[in-house]
Design a binder for this molecule. Structure first.
Ligand code: BYC
Length: 432
């Protein structure tokens, strides 16, 4: 279920060969089937690690599975594992419509690393869960992204990703959920999980770079074409800025769902049990127990949104989602600076966290992108203006022709400012 084609081509890939500084970034031409799926745990830092939050705070971390938390740990690891091959399945046809060799190489880099991340999670299942772990691994092999009978577990991983605007939006917004989930699991009291996730985070940064700079390059080119064509970039094979906005609305809202419900006893248990912490738990928070804290959550009551106090631990999915949203807002500001430089007045923005949700307390209601309650009829009537739609997808697919000459770019995207690992942009990243 990996990338279609290109299996016998030499690709300039980064391979992790050890966990020491520099060891995770070994660049060379590799054929994808030969890419090495090592098992890497970040160094233990010497000395005894202790659990950094929750009800077991201060006790030594677990080197083996604590029996009472076996079920919850299995569930967390399986959910994490399931996302990795799902994303590769979603992206498997994109190589043949890559806008440049540089981008094609980045796609394959992301794909082989997601494969390795699956391997990292399956290692934990095999090493620590015996027969149950092997059964879960079989289940992982039988699920497929978008399959009606055996879909992937989390919703965003069943959505189609058929063109490169979706690919860059996915690697920006959906991989970014990975950053925050992995960082929370890197705090885990179950040490093998923590150290595995810590190492995965070093690779994840490149995926986010691919997404963030990919969208920025599209925005830059779309703005240029908007000016050149007097406001109609589609006539020049460019992507209109409102279509980019719809892609942001689409992938951002699906990615918000990945954090789970705003009020979740699972989240409270994972934290209390020391299995899953908060983002940068040690550096950003002072109270690591938070037994009696509260958090205000806007909920819908009698047809209006009102603020209500909730037990803090039950709101931990929302706490993590807020960190994620702040990170997305930072990228939006960067993209808007690109627009500002182009001289256009239009700006992009994130929709409200309540917009188009399928999980959590807002999923039973309808909201516009500003977060105002609307009727279902109003929502449906505006759906095509708010979300990437069938026509957008047909247009986007129609302009995505492969560009395979080193250094050349498709017309709808600007070149990157520099190449990979100090190489030039016109370096032969894939030997076709
Ligand atoms: N879609 O208590 P609730 C990545 C289910 S991405 C479908 O609100 P909880 C990557 C939930 O399972 C990071 N179902 O949620 C990115 C539960 O089902 P059951 C992946 C959903 O448990 C790009 C029910 O709804 N890692 O690495 O507090 C490329 C009620 O759930 C969804 C992780 O997710 C959804 N979106 O939190 C490659 C970390 N959301 O049990 C890779 C591990 C919730 O009632 N996972 N449900 O049948 C977790 O920590 C938690 O499972 C979640 C959900 C945060 C996902």
């Amino acid at each position: 279920m990996g990338p279609v084609g290109y299996q016998t081509k030499d690709i300039y890939l980064r391979t992790a060969v050890s966990v020491e500084a520099g060891g995770w970034a070994n660049f060379d031409y590799v054929q994808m089937p030969d890419y090495r799926w090592g098992i890497f745990l970040a160094p233990d830092g010497g000395g005894e690690r202790t659990i950094g939050f929750g009800d077991h705070m201060g006790k030594p971390t677990w080197k083996e599975i604590p029996g009472e938390y076996r079920g919850n740990l299995r569930r967390i690891i399986v959910t994490q594992a399931d996302t990795e091959p799902a994303s590769v399945e979603q992206q498997r046809f994109l190589g043949s419509i890559a806008p440049s060799l540089y981008d094609m190489r980045n796609l394959f880099q992301v794909n082989v690393e997601e494969g390795r991340h699956l391997w990292a999670m399956v290692y934990l299942l095999f090493r620590f869960f015996g027969k149950d772990g092997r059964d879960e691994a079989e289940e992982l092999l039988s699920r497929r992204s978008g399959d009606e009978d055996k879909p992937r577990i989390l919703n965003a991983f069943n959505e189609p990703c058929d063109h490169w605007l979706s690919f860059f939006s996915f690697t920006h917004f959906t991989d970014r959920d990975g950053k925050f989930q992995l960082a929370s699991l890197a705090e885990s009291g179950f040490e093998p999980l923590a150290r595995t996730c810590e190492f995965m985070l070093t690779e994840e940064a490149h995926h986010l770079f691919v997404g963030e700079t990919g969208i920025d390059r599209i925005i830059k080119r779309s703005a240029e074409l908007t000016v050149e064509t007097d406001g109609d970039p589609m006539t020049a094979g460019g992507i209109p800025l409102d279509m980019i906005q719809r892609s942001i609305n689409y992938w951002f809202s699906y990615s918000l769902d990945l954090f789970g419900g705003e009020i979740s006893s699972n989240a409270a248990n994972f934290f209390g049990e020391g299995l899953k912490g908060r983002f940068k738990e040690q550096g950003r928070y002072e109270d690591h127990i938070m037994k009696d804290g509260i958090k205000i959550i806007p909920i819908v009551k009698n047809g209006i949104v009102v603020e209500e106090e909730m037990p803090y631990r039950n709101t931990l999915n929302e706490v993590l989602r807020e960190e994620y949203i702040a990170d997305c807002e930072r990228a939006l500001r960067k993209w808007n600076r690109t627009l500002e430089k182009s001289g256009l007045d239009v700006r992009l923005r994130l929709p409200s966290r309540r917009f188009h949700r399928a999980q959590g307390i807002y999923s039973d209601h309808h909201f516009d992108p500003e977060g105002n309650l609307v009727t279902e009829a109003e929502f449906r009537a505006n759906m095509n203006d708010w979300m990437l739609n069938t026509e957008d997808n047909a247009f986007l697919t129609s302009i995505m022709h492969p560009v395979t000459e080193p250094g050349k770019m498709a017309n709808w995207i600007a070149p990157p400012s520099r190449g990979i690992n100090g190489q030039d942009v016109d370096f032969e990243y894939v030997r076709l």
